[in-house]
Structure formats: structure tokens, C-alpha cells
Ligand binder design. Structure first.
Ligand code: NAP
Length: 246
């Protein structure tokens, strides 16, 4: 379905990003796997793809750093030439109730989850506008739609990503570029594994499908939005949350 396409996945070393990178490659795309600090995990993602007969490259860089993002896109321009699919997946949490949240916790999350998305969107837009083709998928969150106690930083960033998605969908549509967001619910990854059992049990009660999601649940939605089967869909937010947000 994605043969001949090139995809850049931020935060592809672990969790949802790894599942997305593997699924895009399984469907024929050449995948550039970005990672920040987890080289070994990123190498594992690359090996999974190559063992399945796919093509992948590793690209280190901090999405919160404008100069790192510039360097990564220069590398892509020089070595891979085109960019058909961008998945803005890299993200962090620094949860705290508002009275306890430090300026640093707020800024770290905004820098990675919102500014990082902006930097990647800016560079990818330049390439895609010239190509007159592109698929952008931004990973937001249910927290950006409904809010979540303890996540005033995270929900602000994820709501911001939805705003960026809608604006860019309008800005880029005349050049055959689709921009959509996915809002995952509760997905089993390193991000959620450390939550207290009572919080997990409470969360499970709110999920009509009665299970937490897996990275693959998000990855399948990304593959669809990255494909030409979704060519008439833009500016949308697809919730993949087991019905949590109904
Ligand atoms: P995760 O398992 O903690 O993985 C986070 C990924 O982001 C890692 O690959 C990490 O790379 C990368 N990353 C973090 N900061 C980065 C930076 N500054 N520059 C580049 N890469 C960076 O998290 P996840 O659960 O897979 O989450 C993936 C995305 O889904 C995030 O945007 C998250 O907000 C969103 N999401 C997750 C859930 C959930 O329940 N898990 C729900 C809704 C939305 P390194 O390890 O190499 O540093």
C-alpha cells in the first residue's frame, strides 16, 4: 500500500512510535526512525523492520531543538531526497496538579510535544509543498480533547497539536497534502506502565471496549491515514481509544 513512499517517524525507538514505524515499513514504506536518547531501542526497531524485509534508517535528534530538527531534515534532503509521510509521534509527560506543577515541567512538555511538532511541520511542509504530495499525521491525545487532571501542560500541548492540524490542513490542501491527527486513549507503553494500579483500574472502567490499547491499534490507523485510501480526509482528529471519549 505504501511502496515507494518515504516516512519520517519521530520517537520511533519505543512504544507507539515503534509500532507505527514497523507497520509503515510492513506496508512498503522506507522508514526514517527518529530517536532522542534510546539508541539501543531504536536499533531494535530498525532490526525488526529489516528482519521483516523492510527498509529503515536511524536518525538521532531532539525534536525540542530547532537546530536538531533542521539537521535531521537536511540529512533527509541529502540522503533520502523525498518525504511522503511525516508522523509527529515523539512525546513526554511531566504530570502534576497545577499548584505543584513547576515552570520547568510545563515548559519541557510544551517544548517537546508542541514546539517539536511545529519545527517538524515547518520543515516537512517545505518539502511536501515542492513535491505537491504529502501525508502528515500528528499524534495528539484524548487528554487534548477532554482534559485530564494532572496534565495541564500535556493537555495544552495536545490541544495545540489539534489546532495546528486543522490550520495546516487548510494551508496545505491545495498542494495535495493531507494533515490529520490521531487521539489515542490509554495505550500500553512505557508512558503508562508506571501509573498506579488504582489509576489503571479506574481508567479501565471508563473504556467501553474493556481493554487498554496497544501500539498496533494506533499504527493501523496511521497506515490508513498515510495511504491514498484516505486521500479525501484532512483536518480530522481520529480517536483511537476503545470508546473512552464517547
Ligand atoms: P513512550 O513509550 O514514552 O515513547 C516516547 C517516544 O518519544 C520515545 O521513542 C522517545 O525517544 C521519544 N521522544 C521523547 N522525547 C523526545 C524528543 N525530545 N525528541 C525525539 N524523540 C523524543 O511514549 P508512547 O506512549 O509511545 O507515546 C507516543 C506518543 O503517543 C506521544 O506523543 C504521546 O503523548 C502519545 N500518546 C500516548 C498515549 C499512551 O497512553 N501511551 C496516549 C495518548 C497519546 P527516546 O526514548 O529515544 O528518547
Amino acid at each position: 500500500m505504501l511502496e515507494g513512499k518515504t516516512a519520517f517517524v519521530t520517537g520511533g525507538s519505543r512504544g507507539i512510535g515503534r509500532a507505527i514505524a514497523v507497520a509503515l515499513a510492513k506496508n512498503g514504506a522506507t522508514v526514517i526512525i527518529n530517536y532522542c536518547g534510546s539508541f539501543e531501542a531504536a536499533k531494535e526497531t530498525e532490526e525488526i523492520i529489516k528482519n521483516n524485509g523492510g527498509m529503515a534508517y536511524l536518525l538521532q535528534g531532539d525534536v525540542a531543538s530547532s537546530s536538531d530538527v533542521e539537521r535531521m531534515f537536511a540529512w533527509i534532503a541529502e540522503n533520502v531526497k523525498r518525504l511522503d509521510i511525516l508522523v509527529n509521534n515523539a512525546g513526554i509527560t511531566r504530570d502534576n496538579l497545577i499548584l505543584k506543577m513547576t515552570d520547568e515541567e510545563y515548559s519541557q512538555v510544551i517544548d517537546t510535544n508542541l514546539k517539536g511538532v511545529f519545527y517538524c511541520l515547518k520543515h516537512a511542509s517545505r518539502v511536501m509543498l515542492k513535491q505537491r504530495y504529502g501525508k502528515i499525521i500528528n499524534i495528539s491525545s484524548i487528554s487534548g480533547i477532554h482534559g485530564n487532571p494532572g496534565q495541564v501542560n500535556y493537555s495544552a500541548a495536545k490541544a495545540g497539536v489539534i489546532g495546528m492540524t486543522k490550520t495546516l490542513a487548510r494551508e496545505l490542501s491545495s498542494r495535495n497534502i493531507n494533515v490529520n491527527a490521531i487521539a489515542p486513549g490509554y495505550i500500553n507503553t512505557d508512558m503508562t506502565v508506571h501509573l498506579k494500579e488504582e489509576i489503571k483500574a479506574k481508567a479501565l472502567e471508563t473504556i467501553p471496549l474493556k481493554r487498554f490499547g496497544e501500539g498496533e491499534d494506533i499504527a493501523e490507523a496511521v497506515v490508513f491515514l498515510a495511504s491514498d485510501k484516505a486521500s479525501y480526509i484532512t483536518g480530522q482528529v481520529l480517536s483511537v481509544d476503545g470508546g473512552m471519549g464517547i
